[in-house]
Design a protein. Sequence first.
Length: 97
Amino acid sequence: MNVGVCKISIRIPENRSLKGKRRVVNSLCSRVRNKFNVAISEVDDNETWQLATLGFTCVGNNSRHMNEILDQVISFIERNQNDFEVLGQERETVTGF
């Protein structure tokens, strides 16, 4: 079994409240979840209005496939930067469970 994990940090520069942040984060998470069938959630910076850290993961039997899925999700997020900008990302593929 292989597990692909990624943490991506975004900045929401025009945001002025936690409610606005929730709107942006929930919308992005829903679009990623529906398009790629991965688990995604906000994992850090929960109380900061203009920053969010999202974590997403996928599981499969091929590490190359896991890396492709992570690449596709990251590319999708970077292409859809209407309300936010990507600050950075960390990723890892764990094999051999």
